[in-house]
Write a protein that binds this ligand. Structure first.
Ligand SMILES: Cc1ncc(C[n+]2csc(CCOP(=O)(O)OP(=O)(O)O)c2C)c(N)n1
Ligand code: SF4
Length: 292
């Protein structure tokens, strides 16, 4: 990807730190492996990208990938990624969230990140439950789902993250599955290459607390958009229609268009990233004096 790195010799295992603590069989392993393979295909080295994590089992990935990392507050990883991106818009940034983190407590940030077209990638580990806090209903849980927080069954309509991202103006919207590693790796590669906000909803079974959205459940329903004749990822209404399917579950890149990223509209950083600018002569004293 960076072209300059002809001697690149990293392997997926080069990004390992220590053995992940996720439960055996957790879908987070599949996402972790696909991401590392994508990084190798993109020829990215640990010092060339930042991963921002929220709080959750997904956020525990902060300890398991060798790179720049920031473990943010619950629901705030997109806000931190936005700040980092505006400080250095030439740097690759990936935000990792769970479904509670990304579209529950962090839902407001999600909406604005989509419409702003911030130039980074968001990977949502969508296990349809709060894993880290030992099994409560999340915003993507189905109606009727019985958990510790909804013992008689959830009564709220679930958020459909793909449909939400389309509605909010995202320019790259995809869905992967942690047990389709080849396709997920390819989706992540295209997401990281995309200029602007790229959103990847990843179906990720939580084998310990979610006995509804299991591997069997997904394996019986998934199919791939790229194998559908005539599917056009530039067609918004086709993508929208596909996002509403739930009997069969489409995977792949639903939608991708070109639009200026947020930083390209900011005159102050259009020519050069903020981090490269000489800010030493700038004083905010007058501004402060005027207000206090
Ligand atoms: C402000 C705040 N509220 C609540 C919590 C408790 N908390 C930690 S993780 C979590 C939910 C995790 O669920 P999800 O984001 O779906 O991630 P998962 O663990 O399933 O990967 C909650 C409610 C917290 N850490 N901070
Ligand atoms: S609780 Fe669920 S999401 Fe968390 S590590 Fe275990 S299987 Fe994975």
């Amino acid at each position: 990807m960076n072209g300059k790195n002809e001697n690149y010799d990293l392997k997926p295992s080069s990004f390992n730190t220590k053995r992940p603590t996720w439960c055996i069989g957790c879908g987070n392993f599949g996402i972790w492996n696909s991401l590392k393979k994508a990084l190798v295909e993109l020829k990215l080295s640990p010092h060339e990208f930042l991963v921002v994590y929220g709080i959750g089992c997904s956020g525990n990935g902060a300890n398991f990938i060798k790179s720049y990392g920031f473990h943010a507050l619950h629901g705030r990883s997109l806000a931190v990624a936005t700040g980092a991106q505006l400080a250095n818009h030439e740097f690759k940034i990936i935000a990792m969230t769970g479904d509670g983190d990304g579209v529950g407590i962090g839902g407001n940030h999600f909406l604005h990140t989509c419409r702003r077209n911030m130039d980074f990638t968001h990977i949502l580990h969508d296990n349809r439950i709060y894993g880290l806090t030992t099994g409560q209903t999340s915003p993507t849980s189905s109606v009727g789902f019985r958990t510790k927080s909804t013992p008689t069954g959830a009564i709220e309509q679930p958020v459909n993250p793909v449909k939400l991202a389309l509605n909010c103006g995202a320019t790259f919207v995809a869905r992967g599955y942690s047990s389709e590693p080849q396709q997920l790796k390819n989706i992540i590669i295209e997401a990281i290459r995309h200029k602007g906000f790229s959103f990847v909803d990843v179906l990720q079974p939580c084998v310990t607390f979610n006995k509804i959205d299991t591997y069997d459940y997904y394996n019986e329903r998934i199919y791939k958009l790229e194998e559908e004749e005539g599917y056009d990822s530039g067609d918004f209404w086709q993508a929208y229609h596909k996002s509403t399917e739930h009997e069969r579950i489409p995977l792949g890149i639903f939608y991708q268009i070109k639009r200026d990223a947020y930083h390209e509209g900011l005159g102050q950083i259009k020519e050069s990233p903020l981090v490269n600018q000489d800010l030493s002569g700038i004083s905010v004293k007058k501004l402060i004096d005027r207000h206090f």
